[in-house]
Design a protein around this ligand. Sequence first.
Ligand SMILES: [Fe+2]
Length: 297
Amino acid sequence: MKPKKGFKLKERFLSIEKPEELDDITLFRYAGTFLGMWHIDGYFILVDNIFIDSGNPNYSREEMLAYLKTLDKDRNWMILNTHMHEDHVGGNRLIQNELGAEVYSPESVRDFSFVSGMMDLFWGRPEMFRYNMLDREVYTTDRGRKIEVIPAPGHSPDHTVYRIMPDNIIYSGDAIPVPGRKRYVTLGEDYVAELQSLKKMMEYAQSGTQFISAHHGVVKNSVKLIQTRIDGMSDVVNRVGELAAAGVTSVEQIGLQVFGKPEFLYSKFGNQLRCREDWAIQSILDKLDCKGDDFAK
Ligand SMILES: [Fe+2]
């Protein structure tokens, strides 16, 4: 996937394929441009009659609709969401309208007004859809595969991952952060809980579970990818803890020492982008207040 020549404020991409190694699981990859640069990139999947997540709202609707029209409307379509962020539920309405899919979510949201005007312009704001709260521990597809519901909180309060059996594949949503040393979080994100969930994912990876991540796609080396993030996030938690123990109370000062100078985009547009460094530090400090300084162990 490459940017086409010229300045494209809103270029959209969607690919739909069944990679050989995924045994008939459909992999959707979407991307978009941010001021002409390819920037937004994500994945969701379809396992028999069950979609897991549905991507960001701005991928090519025409291509997705054309694909949905090839599917048999009489099957019992479902969508399982990992969490209610806009880049995971953006196709829910379209899939629900076209196929009558039942949506199940671990979290509730009334609308998507938390998506700022600027984000909406580049990234999109989902149209609302009907949904139920997750109501079982295992969902069964119409071809007999089991989809286990595994809580992995932190990135959002009830973030959930799904393990497809017998394939032994976890679709991990946003449980594996994109950067190795996570710096920016969304409001309500719990840095320490996210680290604990990563450690839980590591146990699966070490025992041979394959991962499909919402922003890494099919992961080649899950143990390595997850370990890098455990190391990076543990380092951040420990350094914040050390600075707090040494009496540094300013979140800004702690940020400067742990992460260095603020990046222009985030320092200027943090609220608009819905991701901030000070929220990351504050969420660590909040945990520190309750549990003492050895919680990252
Ligand atoms: Fe997310």
